[in-house]
Write a protein that binds this ligand. Structure first.
Ligand SMILES: CC(C)(COP(=O)(O)OP(=O)(O)OC[C@H]1O[C@@H](n2cnc3c(N)ncnc32)[C@H](O)[C@@H]1OP(=O)(O)O)[C@@H](O)C(=O)NCCC(=O)NCCS
Length: 202
């Protein structure tokens, strides 16, 4: 058998390493290309809502203040948005970090990138310094978050303004799907009562 020509680049050379590189990026440090790359990925991951993520519009509700980005070269393949805001819980105004637009590019889903993404979200939560991360999700994805330490709020109705990317921002109420991440805190400290965002979620 004739000798095979040696490959010009070793398979383990950096050029062949397509594992995402994760970073925390402040919103003010994103350029137009970044917004376009984020929007392109979110449009693929949330395909029913791809009209929200047109062009460089890389958010659907409240614009984040911090992003977790997983990138392969210039391509965004994993993303989460974080923003501190006060919400009202019962009679208490509570500073939380809202987390949203959590997604992995469809081609990489199921390969562990989502787990890595949530570990980086934890870093972002620690950096922003509020005592609770807060998000809302459908029943089908709750297990993904619960594996990573997020805890459900039972018996809580949340009221928020619908994403105005669709037009009028009307009030929506939801009884299920509220999850909290303790950040040096304890869920037992979470006040009793309904949750009022008084605005859009991230
Ligand atoms: C949800 C999503 C981010 C998960 O990312 P992913 O890369 O597929 O997740 P991973 O492969 O890293 O899985 C991490 C762990 O969560 C589990 N998991 C993943 N998706 C899950 C789901 N829908 N329900 C329950 N568990 C899930 C995995 O089994 C894995 O568990 P393990 O660590 O015990 O093996 C991804 O599927 C996605 O982008 N979906 C579309 C957008 C979306 O729905 N985002 C959430 C909006 S709230």
């Amino acid at each position: 058998m004739p000798d095979q020509p040696a490959p010009s680049v070793a398979p383990d050379a950096p050029e062949h390493d397509h594992r995402p590189v994760f970073d925390l990026v402040a919103e003010g440090d994103l350029g137009l290309d970044d917004h376009e790359a984020i929007a392109a990925m979110l449009g693929l991951a949330f395909s029913e809502y791809d009209h929200w993520y047109a062009g460089a519009r890389s958010w659907a509700g409240m614009q984040p203040e911090l992003r977790v980005l997983g990138r392969v070269g210039d391509v965004v393949v994993a993303h989460a948005g974080l923003r501190r805001q006060f919400v009202t819980v019962g009679e208490t105004d509570l500073l939380v970090t809202a987390v949203g637009m959590v997604a992995v590019s469809p081609i990489l889903q199921g390969t562990g990138q989502g787990g890595e993404l949530l570990r980086r979200v934890d870093e972002g939560l620690a950096r922003l310094g509020s005592r609770f991360g807060l998000l809302e999700t459908g029943e089908g994805v709750q297990g993904f978050y619960r594996r990573a330490g997020w805890r459900p709020l039972h018996g809580v109705t949340g009221h928020f303004t619908a994403f105005s990317a669709d037009g009028a921002g009307v009030l929506v109420s939801q009884d299920e799907g509220w999850l909290v991440r303790e950040v040096g805190s304890d869920l037992a400290e979470w006040p009793a009562g309904d949750l009022r965002w008084n605005g859009q979620m991230v």
